[in-house]
Ligand binder design. Sequence first.
Ligand code: DGL
Length: 272
Amino acid sequence: MNQPIGVFDSGYGGLTVLREIVRTLPQYDYVYLGDNARTPYGTRSFDTVYQYTLECVRHLFDRGCRLVILACNTASAKALRNIQQLDLPRLASDRRVLGVIRPTTEVIGTYSQTGEVGILATRGTVTSESYVVEIEKFFPELRVFQEACPMWVPLVENGEYNSPGADYFVKQHIDRVMAHSSRIDTLLLACTHYPLLLEKIRQFVPPGMTILSQGHIVADSLVNYLQRHPALEAQCSQGGQRTFLTTDSPADFDRQATVFYGESVQSAHLAL
Ligand code: DGL
């Protein structure tokens, strides 16, 4: 049986992460699942995000995935720990589910010269405090300032990320996070959608600011993880296949996916 690496997101956004993973590790098979019918997750409660994410992870297990990456920050913040600690031991103790927060917090401190960083994310990710808690473990000296940017996902989803209308909301949140401290020299785009706003964000940050997208960080971390877990790595099939599933309309998914993934895809509908 084909045993692809599963990549899960609440919708299209995780394709920005999959894109980097595939670029770095093209040899593996991948199945991407976007829960477009129930997106966004960023505004939903802890329990809802957990239930939705678990349901999707179980489906990916049923499709043969030994390893699933939660490419969604909100799902990583609100569902990953429960899945790892409560569900995996009883459902599938030989399978693994990883998120995007841990790999990012392991390296974020190495990017900052001043020791002050800003985290831009959904409200759900910010209120979970996951970044603050995880960064504390690896870089206890780092000063972390969070800013929820609830309008940024809708701007991207509606194709407005390059429009003059986006300026107001991008500037508003950049100004707010920078108001905490002018010493912030690194901003983390801690949401799958935000890399599409990169050019817009650059217009409003002070010169010399490092703006970090997560895709390449997660991809590098996966390389390292697979090297450290050879038995699991051997179970991930290497046929170079990509499968795309959406819980909503495949036609809509395929139209939007190009923007996030950088090439056209053909998805299939998944009824959960
Ligand atoms: N994928 C989500 C994240 O990275 C953003 C979209 C949503 O709110 O569902 O947090």
